[in-house]
Design a binder for this molecule. Structure first.
Ligand code: AHM
Ligand code: MG
Length: 346
């Protein structure tokens, strides 16, 4: 009898073949409508990531790609051409998708509606198109952060009010890190998974599944130049790590990169309030809440210092919160210094 065809060992092929859309369907163990939608949404986000990665890789060669536009965004920050390019890429990949009626981003004053999608598009994309954009000029890592929420109600008056809800309403969250390789990390509530862009295939391929961060890690990541502007509780914490063995300071100026290190190795990232910015710098809907969703899925913790980030309800789109995020024990330690000062009434 002739020998039947023997396919290549499944494990070897899976290593090269688990694409993002296939992974989403596997996670949900369904081919139902919501699974198909989430798979298609993730595919579009991946396409945006590939377009931004391609543009970034040639940014130094493209005239004017790196310069400021001369504009400031709604938060008074200088806007770079790369911020605008990436912002528009995310809008364009969702046009005619029938999936996303609304997008809200750090770079736009108000919610952006895609009218042709609105009768059927039941999802909203919240995103920071280029996080850490000051790193672009010097060829260091930057990222994009995203969250997907289900639209509640028809938003007929286009107020976007249903977006002012807590982070537990996120259906999916993740980021794309543009580093030596481009890595997409996501969760749809079934653990945290990383995909690496294989340039030869033009596909994100599964590279780490069910990532869990340690309960404690050596890294602390904070802009210590703001020390003079912090509350005493934060200064207490920093003095503590300076006086104990086993801590490493790591701060790249791009949250996505610093967060990725914490996710993979453990430790804590902090962006506390300062005297100039009492609520810190980071925006809840596009930065803190998506990363808080990921860290909880990976067994870690995210806090404002006194409250879980995922419980915070914003009163405006561009709402900011202080952020303490990472390994549970390390976040607990920061919180304990804050509680100590609260007890003392300082
Ligand atoms: P951005 O989204 O406008 O780039 O701002 C967010 C960034 C984070 O990536 C980073 O952690 C932080 O701002 C750096 O701010 P600072 O220079 O104050 O440390
Ligand atoms: Mg940004």
């Amino acid at each position: 009898m002739a020998e039947g065809y023997q396919p290549t060992k499944a494990a070897a092929l899976d290593r090269d073949c688990t694409t993002l859309s296939r992974h989403v369907l596997q996670q949900l163990q369904s081919f139902g409508q919501e699974a198909q939608d989430l798979s298609a949404l993730m595919n579009r986000i991946a396409l945006a990531g590939k377009l931004v990665a391609r543009h970034l890789s040639r940014a130094g060669l493209v005239e004017d790609a790196l310069v400021f536009t001369g504009r400031t965004n709604v938060q008074g920050e200088s806007v770079k051409r790369m911020d605008i390019y990436a912002n528009d890429v995310f809008i364009s990949v969702f046009k005619q998708s029938g999936l996303v009626c609304r997008l809200a981003s750090e770079e736009m004053d108000d919610v952006y509606y895609i009218p042709e999608n609105c009768p059927i598009g039941r999802y909203t994309l919240l995103y920071d198109p280029i996080d850490g954009s000051s790193n672009v000029d010097i060829n260091l890592n930057v990222g994009s952060i995203f969250a997907i929420r289900q639209q509640v109600g028809d938003d007929a008056n286009q107020t976007g009010d249903d977006l002012l809800s807590n982070g537990r309403d996120q259906l999916a969250a993740g980021y794309i890190l543009y580093g030596p390789s481009t890595v997409l990390v996501y969760s749809i509530g079934h653990g945290v998974h990383a995909f690496t862009l294989d340039p030869s295939l033009g596909e994100f391929i599964l590279s780490a599944e069910n990532i869990r961060l340690p309960n404690h890690g050596p890294n602390y990541s904070v802009n210590e130049g703001n020390y003079w502007q912090w509350d005493d509780s934060l200064r207490d914490y920093i003095r503590y790590v300076h006086r104990h063995e086993g801590y490493s300071s790591r701060y790249s100026g791009a949250l996505v990169g610093d967060f990725h290190r914490i996710l993979m190795q453990g430790g804590v990232f902090l962006y506390p309030g300062t005297t100039k910015q009492p609520d810190g710098k980071l925006r809840l809907l596009y930065e803190s809440a998506p990363l808080a969703y990921l860290i909880e899925q990976a067994g870690g913790k995210a806090s404002t210092g006194t409250q879980p980030i995922l419980d915070v309800v914003p009163d405006k789109l561009h709402y900011r919160t202080p952020l303490v995020i990472g390994s549970t024990e390390d976040v607990n330690l920061v919180e304990s210094f804050i509680q100590e000062r609260i007890k003392e009434g300082v």
